[in-house]
Design a protein around this ligand. Structure first.
Ligand code: NIG
Ligand code: FE
Length: 412
């Protein structure tokens, strides 16, 4: 059924040039129409215009936006939202002075989550993850990438990927899955990192590819985790199955992850808290989307990625939440947008472009998601009336989302 939204105060995020992403100076421009309407045709956006030309269509559902703003749904290109239990104990350790790396070295961190995941049934894991999915939908996300990486054995990685597939089959949110076997060295391989990487390549990747259960592969390429060589090995192996990479790079140190990602045509390199001029130069002209996860820098108290330098250097940037139990226990993209503005000095328009179109690109989905464009999937949310675009970052704790439409369906 069609849905006609009337009396939209400002329709924002319009893109008529079908761009794959937006970069540099253009990131500060965002297409808008004031006093607008929008029409869907089943699950796609059919048309839009100004209220003086509102169509009258029989038999369609009508939604009065009452002057609220209509945004394309957020696209969150980096999460680990399937996990078991919580890591609040480590949160206390952190408050008492231990760093993320120190906690990991003591066998906590990712390995702690892997132990819990192993002991949790698939149904229970799904139930816990769905609570988080419902939370992010309520906060405006319409397309999300979810990683495995708390399994660290073939069986448990597949268990996670099945839970991700079940979420995608049972929730209105669109889901893309990433296989992150190389998140940490599984306990059975302690002290034998290279053997673990060989296991990922020899046993895990073929099974994942055969089941068609993940669209992307990821490696935690950083100090204390996997090396540049091991990252290249996994990316090359995945490429044999046509699986493209999204790489965790430069969270804890300038790891070489950006360069190896670009060299092997990764779809995105994510984190980038540690970035120098050389890494920015390496990204220039590539098809690899630099993706920033400011919720992680906030939670760990580490430096934020140099967003201004990247944008002024002509790069595109994407924003994502990193929703995970260890470094970013929030999947709220409004908070991510606010952090991008407050901590990285991104303008609200840049932050919205980064959290929609560019983040959709970082999942290979900007042809169908990430902007208000005729023919794209009708994923959007409508706010209360706002005085300006800046208000969405400024009033970041105010519950301003009134309506949510996913796949053309008015779900809230
Ligand atoms: O993106 N950096 C690696 N992975 C996650 C953290 C995972 C965890 O600590 O559970 C991240 O920050
Ligand atoms: Fe992450």
């Amino acid at each position: 059924m069609s849905l006609l939204v009337k009396n939209i105060g400002t329709l924002i995020g319009i893109d008529e040039s079908h761009r794959e992403w937006v970069e540099g100076k253009a990131m500060s421009e965002i297409g808008t129409i004031e006093n607008a309407w929008l029409l869907t045709d089943g699950c796609r956006i059919a048309d839009y215009g100004t209220m003086d030309s509102v169509p009258s269509i029989e038999g369609c559902e009508v939604l009065d936006a009452e002057g609220g703003w209509l945004f394309p749904s957020f696209c969150d290109s980096h999460t680990h939202l399937v996990w078991a239990g919580s890591r609040d104990q480590e949160f206390l350790d952190k408050l008492n002075g231990l760093s993320y790396e120190e906690i990991a070295k003591r066998g906590g961190g990712i390995l702690n989550s892997a132990d819990r995941l192993h002991d949790t049934s698939e149904d229970e894991l799904y139930r816990q993850a769905m609570e988080r999915v419902e939370e992010i939908i309520a906060n405006g996300t319409g397309l999300v990438e979810i990683k495995s990486g708390y399994g660290l054995t073939l069986e448990d990685e597949l268990k996670m990927l099945r839970v991700i597939r079940r979420i995608s089959q049972t929730s209105p949110i669109a889901v893309r899955a990433t296989f992150l076997g190389a998140h940490a060295v599984g306990r059975a391989y302690a002290g034998r990192q290279q053997e673990y990487v060989d296991y990922v390549c020899r046993d895990m990747l073929p099974a994942v590819a055969e089941q068609g259960i993940a669209q992307f592969v990821d490696v935690f390429c950083d100090r204390g985790f996997f090396t540049v060589e091991q990252t290249a090995q996994i990316m090359k192996e995945a490429a044999k199955y046509g699986i493209r990479a999204k790489i965790h790079a430069n969270e804890l140190a300038v790891s070489g992850g950006v360069e190896v990602g670009v060299e092997h045509n990764a779809l995105s390199v994510d984190h980038l808290e540690s970035m120098g001029d050389e890494q920015i130069a390496a990204l220039k002209g590539s098809k690899t989307m630099p993706t920033m996860l400011p919720g992680c820098a906030f939670f760990l108290g580490i430096s934020y990625p140099p967003a201004r330098k990247m944008i002024e250097g002509g790069l595109p940037v994407a924003l994502a939440s990193d929703f995970n139990p260890g470094t970013a226990p929030s999947g709220n993209m409004r908070f991510v947008v606010a952090l991008a503005s407050i901590k990285m000095k991104m303008t609200p328009a840049e932050a919205i472009n980064a959290a929609t179109l560019n983040s959709a690109y970082a999942m290979g989905e900007s042809r169908d998601y990430g902007s208000i464009t005729r023919g794209k999937v009708a994923n959007f949310f409508i706010t209360k009336p706002m005085p300006s675009l800046a208000y969405i970052a400024y009033a970041h704790q105010t519950p301003i989302i009134r309506h949510i439409v996913l796949n053309g369906e008015h779900i809230k």
